[in-house]
Design a protein around this ligand. Structure first.
Ligand SMILES: Nc1nc2c(ncn2[C@@H]2O[C@H](COP(=O)(O)OP(=O)(O)OP(=O)(O)O)[C@@H](O)[C@H]2O)c(=O)[nH]1
Length: 194
C-alpha cells in the first residue's frame, strides 16, 4: 500500500516550519518518513505537501505530490487518495510505529470498508494515522463540495472500521504523539532516549 505523509500545515503553534526543523541532526519529518517506509506492507512513500512547502521538501528524496486545495488535512487525504488506497500519516508524528501501520493495513484489507481508523475509548479519532480506500475519496469530495472540511465528520458519516487503541502496548500508543509546539520537542527527545 502507498504511504502518504502530510506536509501542508502552517505550523502556527510552532512558530516556524516544524517539519524541516532539525532535531538530532535531521528534519523532523524524516523520522516519520523513515518509520512508515519500514512497515512491511508499505510499498512506496510520498509526501503530500502544500504548494508553499513542496519546494523545500523535495530535497528529502521522496516524491512530492502537491495538495492544491490547502483546506487542511481533509485536502491532504483527498489528494493522497488520488494516487490509490493509502495509509495516511501526519508528517509531525515522528514516533509512528511500523508494526502498527501493518496492523491497520491488515485490518483495512480484511474489512472491505472505506477506511480503518484508530479510535480511543472516549470516541477520539486518529484520522492522520489511518488506512483509506481510494473509494473514500468520493465521500471526501462531496463533503468538500458542500464546504464541510471536517475529516472526522467525513469518517463518521461513512462505512468505516475502527481499531480501539486503548489496549495497544504503550509503546505503540506513543506513535500517536505529534509535535505542535516547540515544547513538544523536549517530550520527543525524552521519549526517544527511553
Ligand atoms: N497536505 C496537507 N497537509 C496538511 C494541511 N493542513 C495540515 N496538514 C498536515 O496535517 C498535519 C496536522 O496538521 P495540524 O497540526 O492540524 O496543523 P499544522 O499546520 O501542522 O500546525 P498548526 O498551524 O500549529 O495548527 C500536519 O502534518 C500538517 O502538515 C493541508 O492543507 N494539506
Amino acid at each position: 500500500m502507498l504511504g502518504a505523509v502530510l506536509a501542508g500545515g502552517r505550523s502556527k503553534r510552532f512558530w516556524g516550519d516544524k517539519l524541516l526543523f532539525r532535531i538530532g541532526g535531521r528534519p523532523l519529518i524524516s523520522y516519520t518518513l523513515e518509520r512508515i517506509e519500514s512497515a512491511s506492507l508499505i510499498e512506496e512513500v510520498v509526501i503530500v505537501a502544500s504548494a508553499d512547502n513542496a519546494g523545500r521538501l523535495r530535497s528529502l528524496g521522496y516524491e512530492v505530490v502537491v495538495d492544491e486545495l490547502s483546506i487542511g488535512p481533509i485536502g491532504g487525504v483527498y489528494t493522497a487518495l488520488g494516487l490509490g488506497d493509502a495509509f495516511v500519516v501526519a508528517g509531525d508524528m515522528p514516533l509512528i510505529v511500523p508494526e502498527f501501520v501493518d496492523l491497520m493495513i491488515q485490518k483495512f484489507l480484511g474489512s472491505e470498508k472505506l477506511a480503518c481508523v484508530p479510535r480511543w475509548t472516549n470516541g477520539y479519532l486518529e484520522p492522520l494515522h489511518a488506512a483509506y480506500s481510494k473509494a473514500f475519496r468520493r465521500v471526501l469530495e462531496e463533503r468538500i463540495r458542500s464546504g464541510d472540511y471536517s475529516l472526522n465528520g467525513a469518517i463518521r458519516s461513512a462505512d468505516v472500521c475502527y481499531l480501539n487503541v486503548e489496549k495497544l502496548p504503550s509503546l505503540w500508543k506513543e506513535g500517536f504523539f505529534n509535535v505542535n509546539r516547540r515544547s513538544d520537542l523536549r517530550k520527543l527527545l525524552e521519549r526517544k532516549s527511553e
